[in-house]
Ligand binder design. Structure first.
Ligand code: FAD
Length: 404
């Protein structure tokens, strides 16, 4: 069946990305994720150079920034293909959290910050991170922050404790969310985003947090950071003072489409591995796993779930292209929890079909199972998105809600 979402612009691009992954990325991915990440930087750099020479690097960039100028709907479909390998987005320089920072800075940073930080980031010469969540406060309610940035002449003095700052290890800067206007009567206008260059003598990388048995390093890590009276010139603020939450919202809208399409890419790869195993693993003679009805049911259910998820996300991306992120707030909340649950379910079934092999590190499934359980937590836990959607629906029935 023809895909009505494919445009002329990506018709020829999609097979080129698929081929690149098939030829160069799938063959190395297990080795890369099973070893300390820094060991693989030279080989990953070679692939980045190759992607650049083939005109495939940084597919999310606007034409003004030297990219193909794709719509969100178009980029989403490339993101799905890249998501079929844990290295896909990294090799093409559109990995989180850098892509979110690039989009944010493109829209809101000063021309000096763009020149000094955004351009090298877009060229893939440096990496970045985003420090909002704190161990001492519930990240589900980002209005609560302990990190403060006190104005002293032309500088902010930043003090605070962050964690789950993904990819902080080796990053050249972080964008930190800190309270600059505690006196504001509007609780949404108390925080600002400030760019802090790294490494920095006043910013301590306490540790790379061990997640499901792995601390990771470099790009593949989640840092705990302490800001010890870190002095930063006010010109490093992104956007107006007190508008940090508005900027965070702007960053999250397209970000959720990116994550969801990456997850659908993972689902497709897991589904493919599951079907290959079902047709090649013999239970007895010519009786294969795929002859069992329960396995057939799982395959059918996964196919339907993945297709439903993809259509929901592409529909949301199309609406966002046409009407902006604000108009599709509920759709964004819906895809965030729906697709994360499809992802964890499909991965679980794919592992089950592989039996013992599924939990070994001989296939890529176990890497994703460890790393993507978090999909139901980061960028807002399931429960927050479900409550937000349900409240919106109930309001249309006349129900009133007080702010907590
Ligand atoms: C792998 C990973 C990468 C991350 N990367 C980054 C990053 O780069 N930068 C960054 O700043 N942050 C990052 N985060 C942090 C992430 O955004 C937070 O973990 C998330 O917002 C949840 O906050 P919390 O962990 O404090 O959980 P809490 O807010 O303490 O919530 C705990 C649980 O309580 C429940 N809950 C919360 N609120 C509600 C509610 N309203 N109704 C019902 N139940 C509720 C949910 O089940 C939730 O999982 C990352 C997290 C992970 C796991």
């Amino acid at each position: 069946m023809d895909n009505p979402f494919i445009t002329e612009k990506i018709k020829n691009l999609l097979p080129r990305y698929r081929q690149f992954l098939q030829d160069y990325v799938y063959p190395i991915e297990l080795k890369v994720v099973s070893n300390p990440f820094r060991q693989s930087l030279p080989v990953l750099q070679e692939l980045r150079n190759k992607a650049r020479s083939e005109g495939l690097f940084a597919p999310h960039l606007t034409e003004e920034d030297g990219g193909p100028g794709l719509s969100l709907l178009e980029f989403a479909q490339i993101s799905e293909v890249l998501g079929t390998s844990p290295l896909g987005h990294y090799i093409f320089n559109c990995q989180a959290p850098d892509i979110g920072n690039m989009e944010l800075m493109h829209e809101f940073a000063s021309s000096e910050l763009k020149e000094q930080y955004l351009k090298p980031l877009q060229r893939g010469e440096i990496r970045s991170c985003f420090a909002m969540t704190e161990p001492g406060f519930a990240g589900s309610n980002p209005l609560q922050l302990g990190t403060i940035a006190v104005r002293d002449g032309d500088e902010y003095i930043i003090t605070g404790h962050k964690w789950f700052t993904s990819s902080a290890d080796g990053a050249s800067f972080t964008i930190v969310m800190a309270i600059t206007n505690p006196e504001s009567s509007n609780q949404y206008e108390r925080a600002s985003m400030i760019l802090v260059p790294l490494p920095n003598s006043s910013v301590e990388l306490v540790r790379n947090i061990s997640v499901m048995g792995e601390s990771g390093e470099d790009y593949l890590s989640h840092g705990e950071l302490k800001f010890h009276q870190c002095r930063i010139h006010i010109s490093n603020r992104i956007g107006p003072e007190g508008k940090g939450f508005a900027l965070a919202q702007a960053r999250l809208g397209p970000g959720r489409i990116h994550h969801c399409m990456r997850w659908i890419g993972i689902c497709e790869r897991a589904f493919d591995l599951m079907c290959q195993r079902a047709t090649s693993r013999s239970l007895s003679g010519h009786h294969m796993l795929g002859h069992q009805q329960i396995i057939q049911f799982w395959i059918a259910e996964c196919r339907a779930q993945i297709q439903a998820a993809r259509l929901m996300v592409l529909h949301t991306a199309l609406a966002m292209d046409k009407q902006g992120a604000k108009a599709v707030k509920e759709e964004i909340a819906t895809i965030k929890f729906f697709v994360a649950n499809v992802l964890t379910d499909v991965l679980d079934k794919a592992i089950q079909v592989h039996g013992g092999l599924g939990i070994t590190d001989d296939t890529i499934l176990s890497f994703w199972y460890r790393h993507e359980r978090a999909s139901r937590i980061y960028d807002g836990p399931d429960e927050v998105h479900k409550s937000s959607l349900a409240r919106h629906i109930l309001k249309s029935y006349g129900m009133k809600f007080e702010r907590p």
